[in-house]
Design a binder for this molecule. Structure first.
Ligand code: AMP
Length: 223
């Protein structure tokens, strides 16, 4: 992929819009073409902390299980540290961050005027579609590949096609937690669309199409 060096990109959209799936694909294609781009998912980072039983993980778990956002100060510090890591020095995609106005402002402040965001891409999906995407989502416990019981089923139920690992359902992909997450998105994250629109960095992709079609369009947008 002809990924611009120094690309600093935010993937914005509701839970289930496909940000994680696409960020993974973009990172894999960047790796394959010798233009690495770090995929930074705050949700994945938090889940890793929960699994490792760290203090941060213990703090975050109850918010996550209830579908609520983890407090800004915890997340902001985590992302500021992450984007300083060597693998994020040339280019990165933030998937799931920022999710609130204070997070967006803190990110702008960390980047400064000399290295601002290159793109903010909004993944547009009608709300009615999101619930089915989330309740059917399954993740491989070993390699992290994302599947769907009807939209992207594996050949053998419950087993990852790529590595044979067990498929798991995220604890916050239950219907009650999903409703909370969608409420949090509407109240706290959707206002970021106007924030980035006013800065003239927002681009929109119609993400209510097949992942391959969305991917092609994304690559064009990010070039
Ligand atoms: P995700 O995998 O992006 O859907 O995130 C899963 C959960 O992690 C969210 O429902 C929140 O509880 C928490 N989380 C992830 N990113 C953030 C963020 N930027 N701000 C606050 N909470 C977050």
């Amino acid at each position: 992929m002809a990924q611009a060096a120094g690309s600093r990109c935010v993937f914005l959209g509701a839970p289930g819009a496909g940000k994680g799936t696409q960020a993974k694909k973009v990172a894999e294609s960047g790796e394959a073409s010798g233009a690495p781009i770090a995929h930074i998912s705050t949700g994945d980072m938090l889940r890793a902390q929960v699994s490792a039983g760290t203090e941060l993980g213990q703090q975050a778990k109850s918010f996550m299980d209830q579908g609520q956002l983890v407090p800004d100060e915890v997340i902001i510090a985590m992302v500021q540290e992450r984007i300083q890591q060597p693998d994020a020095s040339s280019a990165w995609i933030l998937d799931g961050f920022p999710r609130t106005l204070p997070q967006a402002e803190a990110l702008d402040e960390s980047l400064g005027d000399s290295t601002p965001l290159s793109d903010v891409i909004y993944f547009a999906v009608p709300e009615a579609e999101l619930l089915g995407r989330l309740t059917g989502r399954r993740t491989c416990a070993d390699c992290g590949a994302i599947w769907h019981v009807t939209n992207k089923p594996t050949k053998v139920a419950g087993k990852c096609d790529l590595c044979g690992g067990e498929l798991t359902q995220r604890s916050d992909d239950r219907e009650e937690a999903i409703q909370e997450r969608l409420d949090a998105y509407r109240a706290q994250t959707a206002p970021l669309l106007d924030y980035y629109r006013s800065k003239d960095v927002l681009r929109e992709v119609d993400a209510n199409r097949s992942p391959d079609v969305v991917f092609e369009e994304l690559l064009k947008l990010m070039q």
